[in-house]
Design a protein around this ligand. Structure first.
Ligand SMILES: N[C@@H](CCC(=O)N[C@@H](CS)C(=O)NCC(=O)O)C(=O)O
Length: 309
């Protein structure tokens, strides 16, 4: 059929017809209905702020605005690792951004990250404040600022940055692809679940082969590449995201499991995963972090109880 994609034709003729495949896209897409999936209410096809709201500012030069999703955890783990390694200048205030309430669309947050996604960092340590968004850029900014967790040798540095950017490019297939269709979409559709399960298993095999001969992603040293990859793929193999460990047979990736266990046992990592976490077991939550003592006293426990409606 001239001008028609052979792929689309093959899909229409498939024996595995599902509701999704019957959909015929209109000439021009319009935003007229929510998709119905989990988090659908915060999705919109336009950028920019929805309301005026300044960001809070604490006492430290580093101000983090985040939530303890895998992308947020990368940064709080890095900050806790820096502090544990003796970099006192990494003291930080971490403010909770509740994305399901739309905090990422407040004007102050959009000034810090025009992409309206956590994490966002404001670094006030220089003459003018510096905004840093995208978790990979934040990890690199901090690694360079403190000269830690990124190798200096050009070859080792290239390897570390390669794995860091591998994570940034790969995890959207895990989160936005597999996780969305397996765990959050309003119905189970075979085609996208197969497509993304295949890709995620391929990614796990990439990691497993690399970790077969290396203690950490880039060799003997623990780096920002591990801090970027662990919150996603470590959580996946340990069944902490999407409840897909059995479906993807993640136990078979033995080297990834060994690496995930070693990183998960580190004290700074155990602290980092708690920061900006308003969900899960109460003892694992720390809504805001303003100094090291907050892990014992819990900022949320100091708040006034909300007045009854
Ligand atoms: N590539 C970005 C992804 C950040 C991202 O997707 N953040 C999610 C939470 S994990 C978010 O803020 N979502 C809110 C929204 O989409 O409105 C990064 O690594 O920083």
């Amino acid at each position: 059929m001239p001008g028609r994609s052979p792929f689309l034709f093959a899909v229409r003729e498939s024996d595995h017809m599902t509701k999704a495949q019957e959909y015929i896209p209109p000439k021009v897409w319009k935003w007229d209905a929510e998709s119905g999936g989990k988090f659908a209410s915060i999705n919109r096809p336009i950028a920019g702020p929805t309301h005026d709201k300044a960001l809070p500012m604490g006492k430290h030069p580093l101000q983090l605005y985040s939530l303890a999703t895998p992308n947020g955890v990368k940064v709080t783990v890095m900050l806790e690792e820096l502090l544990a390694a003796g970099h006192d200048g990494a003291e930080y205030d971490a403010w909770l951004i509740r994305i399901s309430d739309g905090d990422q669309f407040g004007s102050g947050f959009v000034d810090a990250n025009p992409n309206s996604k956590i994490p966002a960092l404001m670094d006030h340590s220089g003459p003018a404040p510096v905004r840093v968004f995208e978790s990979g850029a934040i990890l690199l900014h901090l690694a360079e600022k403190f000269g830690a967790f990124v190798p200096r040798d050009p070859g080792a540095r290239a390897e570390c940055l390669s794995w860091l950017f591998w994570q940034m490019g790969s995890a959207p297939y895990l989160g936005g692809g597999f996780g969305h269709f397996y765990a959050y979409a309003p119905e189970k559709y075979e085609y996208p679940i197969n497509r993304f399960a295949m890709e995620v298993k391929r990614q796990l095999d990439v990691l497993d082969r690399n970790l077969a001969n290396r203690r950490f992603m880039c060799g003997d040293d623990y780096t920002i590449a591990d801090m970027a990859i662990w919150p996603w793929y470590g959580a996946l193999v340990k069944n902490r995201v999407y409840e897909a460990a059995e479906f993807l047979d993640t136990a078979s990736y033995t080297h990834v499991n060994r690496w995930a266990d070693e990183i998960g046992a580190r004290a700074p990592v155990r602290r980092g995963v708690m920061v900006n976490r308003p969900f899960g077991a109460p003892e694992g939550q720390l809504h805001e972090r303003h100094d090291a003592g907050d892990f014992d006293t819990r900022t949320q426990d100091k708040l006034e109880p909300e007045a009854p409606e």
